[in-house]
Design a protein around this ligand. Sequence first.
Ligand SMILES: *Cc1c(COP(=O)(O)O)cnc(C)c1O
Length: 455
Amino acid sequence: MQKEILFYSTNLKVPSVTFKEALLKGQAPDKGLYMPEIIPVIPEKEINDFYGMEYPEIAYEISKRFVLGDVPENILKEIVRDAYNYPVPLENVYENKWVMRLDQGPTASFKDFAARMMGRLMQYFLKLNNEKLLILTATSGDTGSAIANAFYKLNNIKVVVLFPLKEVTGRQRKQMTTLGNNIQIISVDGKFDDCQALVKKAFSDKELDYLSLSSANSINIGRLIPQIVYYFYSFAKLRKEKSADVIFSVPSGNFGDMMGGMIAKKMGLPVKKFIISTNENDEFPAFLNTGVYNKIEPSKNCISSAMNVGHPSNLARVVSLYGGNMDEKGVIHENPDMKKMREDIFSVSITDKKTKEIIKSAFEEYKLLLEPHGAVGWGGLHEFLKQNKEYNNKEQLCISLETAHPAKFPETITELLNIDPVLPESLKGLENKPEDYMQMNNDYEEFKKILIKKY
Ligand SMILES: *Cc1c(COP(=O)(O)O)cnc(C)c1O
């Protein structure tokens, strides 16, 4: 048995904790992010053995290395089987260039991978001690529905999602409001930032301590570990020979997805390069270029809306991985090894105009159907191959991540391609299901009253 891995805070001001504590806390008390003290390296032979394994088996092999001190083997096996009950298609586009579709989960977004696993791990720990948790989350659309669906009908956990009434699409709303059971959805007559402010205020309200509030947000370590898995999975499925290596392109916003990939590389996955593609929020490509970090405030509104992020919340983890130190405000206290970072990562910003061109040309040339986020990833890969001819050959395995289903963006797809993308099973029939949600003003006292009355 390996030693249990502890998790340190990137702000380095509090002691390290076990996986269980990091998972249930979310953010460290010093406002840092939890990171594993040791990143376990998987022997090459075991990585070779992943070939032929199914997704849940590989998910078990990866996550056991981080959580087995706290979660028994049989429980972990059950959790991954239950969480990953949907396919992960790998689509060949041309030569050895592939798109991995992470869009077959219940909300047709890659966030299902992380949310489903995190929810089940939380449920396990809570049941064990007969504890309860009330998850509060604010959403601009996608995160809320992924969390609501992932936690639906789990025991010992209730979920409250706040969304801005006028800022989410009808389909996004219905993905949350047709569930019921342990999921309470509340619309706020305000903007996303107002919803977030209400949630934050509740977290710091001592009178609500008795509710055991938690956030399940994107910085939770329980969301990061599941995002390591699909990098190993796709490589196992697509490698042709023992000496193969791979280039991944990851459309990025808060950098949780790419962080999973970076950890996979540290664990021994032979990744030659990560292409980190952003939309017009180009704070990271600029940082990688110049070594100087400037947030973008406010963030720019692009069509790849889930990546409209002016300061990626996982960036402190990336900096930490390269020996540097960045606090929660984005201030760098110790510089990371930029040279090493540039060896591992190529980063590029793709404009909305370019994103639309990519959606069109990918479909015309290859019958490849992309939505705006996946198009940013696909475009970034080709920008890299154009600038780096030494990587541009037929054999080189390249995998670009598609993070949402094209049918979630019907207006864009129809406008550009003149087709109506077919809905995945998970999104079908939503129109006919009854909706149930509360409506609220942008008023903290009203929110607090609802929480106290209901829970
Ligand atoms: C959240 C999201 C992203 C960005 O992922 P990060 O981990 O925040 O970088 C990309 N695409 C879609 C569809 C998303 O929902």
